[in-house]
Design a protein around this ligand. Sequence first.
Ligand code: F6P
Ligand code: FE2
Length: 185
Amino acid sequence: MEDALIFLPKLIFTGKELIGENVERITRRMGDLRDVFEDKAAFEVMDPNLIAYHVSSIFPVKEGTPGGLFMGITYLMPGKVGDEYFMTKGHFHSNIDRAEFYWGVEGEGMLILMNEARDVWAERMYPGSLHYIPGGIAHRVANVGNSILTFAASWPSDAGHNYGIIAREGFARRLKEVNGKPELI
Ligand SMILES: O=P(O)(O)OC[C@H]1O[C@](O)(CO)[C@@H](O)[C@@H]1O
Ligand SMILES: [Fe+2]
């Protein structure tokens, strides 16, 4: 058991909290999303402590175990940076061929998808929408509504997250609000 004085600051810095047995909550604040938005001037005037989203996930087996499943629920706040909606960091899976399910619970969103050839497309998310994300596809979600967007996800326990490619190169198209509507540009 790690000493609480070492453990607690570590949780605060990583944005991770243990909220139950094998249940972890990640909080991502604007300051964690520096690479995500195009409009740097709009980004710089925002409070870096503002919470953009929480993800609560259950890890019944150890990360990396083949054959298991994880499940998480994401609460993405409404808002914009310039003309881009608040969105998740987005990632490929470290084991790139691993797939994932997302499903909409409440609110309005867009699931933005990109293959390794950098073709980008999007699917509308709404309460009850179901999305199969095949292996090899980077995924990110934007909240395009005025209320919280809640969606759930389930992914293989040996998928892992590769954030590096998206942090460096982004998605090849951006989802922006154009005349009050989301459009991939
Ligand atoms: O991991 P990101 O890109 O911050 O996005 C959060 C979503 O993706 C997942 O990490 C899983 O792919 C989920 O836990 C969550 O729904
Ligand atoms: Fe994923």
